[in-house]
Ligand binder design. Sequence first.
Ligand SMILES: [Zn+2]
Length: 137
Amino acid sequence: MSRPPKSGLVLRGRERLKQDFTRAASLRETYPQLAELCIEFEFEDGTVRGPSPQSFRYFPAARGFFRYSCPCHSCDGEFDLSDQVAELVGVGRVQRSRQLQVFCAGQRAQENNTREACPICARIRVSAILHSKEHST
Ligand SMILES: [Zn+2]
């Protein structure tokens, strides 16, 4: 069984993702009000056995970086949750979560050098716990 090779484009994309990650500021700097953030992914690709679910938990010392490459190894797509996180944290409740469904916008490299649209759909749950401030009620 040979897996389709990773294309140069995919490798470059993931390399860039890594570099952006190392440049990201910590959560403490970006969202001082955030105590904990949890991001859970479930994937569907139209087959019975889709990619395994993934989940990420972040504490204030973690880097505030919320872009994830598609679980399909030959795909150049990524899921960017930066805006979702910013929105969620921006609302002033102590505990919040939201669910969204995102289709991968990437393309899969095929063995014969053609590309096809990635069929992966991610169901994502983002939950944030904020530091409780002085009682505001
Ligand atoms: Zn994909």
